[in-house]
Design a binder for this molecule. Structure first.
Ligand code: BG6
Length: 485
């Protein structure tokens, strides 16, 4: 039998990924307006329920705006990247990063979302960040919308439910394409575009309690995001001819719980429900299998003439995913459940889980990469993966996070095998290279980083940065292009 040794391509992008609302802080500095993330309160674990952690009600908005609350809003504070970006980027450079994914906080550029002219101070901030990255030859990957819908758009249109938001988004996209055309080649339109159907406020600034038919509102908002993404892709190609637009999916792959054909069918359906989003982005049309879903759920997507052509003419150039775990499908889903990214699932007896119950499945990543490449034949960039864990600093400040190294090593091994299988994988950015605020729980103690940030869930701490063991390990991985794991 012949020997085969998989290896990463020579110009593979290694790095880390973030979102403006989880790192920047400075939520009201230099002309920034409020965004959806600025309304998310920190709720201690024992008071948190599935529904109150991310989805916000009109009543909460009212209380926040009127000041009738003692709530804390950690996403307004982030890890203070806004003031520390030079120090932070130097740390990324020290690890040898060749790429860094971050998002532009839309409301820093257009404070209300619907403004006619952009806020110069906001534009200047990202110029500064990009210049700092360029200093170290770090390729930026920029997300236009990562759970940061300007609140002005919620107030005026109930977020993405309003068709008008398409034009506002395209104006924003055009503004930043023109401004950063010599600095940014890789763009992503919407982070985890499937989020809008799971948490519509997070994904689309939509307050469900303002809608008679929330299901209809979510899918209508999603349609507007699809059209906006395609129009932004068109603009990008006009303004930056070698620019690349990617879509982004929280890939939640489902295995059948048993070989029972009922379970297999269920898994197929749940995989379709997840791949629907990339199907539209990459193939430029709604897949046939969704017609049945829309009828059965009384959803009627209102399209304007020309929408279908726009989707068809401007598909994405590459696919990006977040991958943290896999899920199980069963026609009879009773049984022990496990928490997860965006959704919970049946417990898989073959997998271990993280401190937050997310089931760790490195081989599942190889399966996902092969499946998605077979489906689209487009380059794939893994723009999020990692282990959220409790870290404990020793007396001397050291953090021995061998569990994180183990998680990442196993995923990188499988990525390498997927490259060996023929998948065109162009890069890997781990989630939260410097500890940041959790999206789902607003905790600081759910840490993903190679760099520890001295701040706790209550907001106390010096914000000092400290290198963990994984910092030195990842540096070696990058140096050897994934040969030394
Ligand atoms: C992804 C999001 O779903 O998962 C990130 O794009 C998020 O914004 C990440 O932070 C990890 O989730 P959490 O809830 O652990 O922060």
């Amino acid at each position: 039998m012949g020997q085969f040794k998989a290896k990463f391509p020579d110009h593979f992008y290694w790095g880390g990924a973030t979102a403006a609302n989880q790192i920047e802080g400075a939520f009201d500095e230099d002309g920034k307006g409020l965004s959806a993330a600025d309304f998310v309160e920190y709720i201690p674990k024992d008071q948190r329920t599935k529904d109150n952690a991310m989805e916000i009600t009109s009543e909460q908005i009212r209380k926040t705006l009127s000041g009738e609350t003692t709530a804390r809003y950690p996403k307004r504070e982030g890890n203070d990247f806004y003031h520390r970006y030079k120090e932070d980027i130097a740390l990324l450079a020290e690890m040898g990063f060749t790429s860094f994914r971050f998002s532009i906080h839309w409301s820093r550029i257009f404070p209300n979302g619907y403004d006619e002219t952009p806020n110069e101070a906001g534009l200047q901030f990202y110029d500064n960040v990009l210049d700092e990255l360029a200093k170290y030859d770090i390729e930026p990957i920029v997300t236009l919308s990562h759970y940061e819908t300007p609140y002005g758009l919620t107030e005026k249109y109930n977020g993405w439910v309003g068709r008008e938001v398409i034009d506002h988004f395209v104006r924003y996209a055009e503004t930043v394409f023109k401004r950063y055309k010599d600095k940014v080649k890789f763009w992503i339109s919407f982070n985890e575009i499937n989020m809008i159907t799971i948490s519509p406020f997070t994904g689309g600034g939509i307050l469900s309690d303002r809608e008679d038919n929330p299901m209809q509102a979510k899918y209508q908002g999603l349609h507007h995001q699809f059209v906006a993404s395609a129009l932004a892709t068109k603009k990008l190609h006009d303004i930056i001819p070698d620019g690349k637009m990617g879509c982004m999916l929280a890939r939640m792959s489902h295995y059948a719980n048993t070989p029972n054909p009922e379970d297999v069918l269920k898994a197929q359906k749940e995989n379709q429900d997840n791949l629907f989003f990339t199907d539209v982005h990459a193939r430029g049309e709604y897949p046939k299998y969704m017609e049945r879903f829309f009828i059965e759920n009384d959803i009627k997507i209102v399209k304007e003439s020309g929408d279908d052509e726009i989707l068809k003419q401007h598909p994405v150039d590459y696919i990006t995913i977040s991958y943290y775990m896999s899920m199980l499908s069963s026609a009879t889903p009773e049984g022990e459940r496990s928490e997860g990214n965006l959704m919970n699932t049946l417990k898989n007896p073959y997998l271990e889980a993280s401190d937050w119950g997310w089931q760790i499945d490195p081989i599942g990543l190889r399966v996902v990469l092969n499946d998605m490449y077979d489906r689209y034949q487009l380059p794939i960039f893994i723009v999020e993966n990692g282990l959220g864990a409790y870290d404990k600093a020793g007396e001397d400040g050291s953090i021995h996070d061998d569990y994180r190294i183990d998680y990442l090593r196993k995923h990188i091994e499988q990525m390498k095998e997927a490259v060996g299988d023929g998948v065109e994988l162009i890069g890997y950015t781990t989630w939260g290279p410097i500890d940041l605020v959790s999206m789902s729980t607003s905790e600081m103690s759910k840490r993903y980083g190679f760099v520890y940030v001295d701040k706790d869930d209550e907001g106390n701490g010096s914000l000092e940065r400290r290198r963990k063991d994984s910092f030195y390990w990842y540096k070696k991985v990058i140096e050897t292009n994934g040969e030394e794991l």
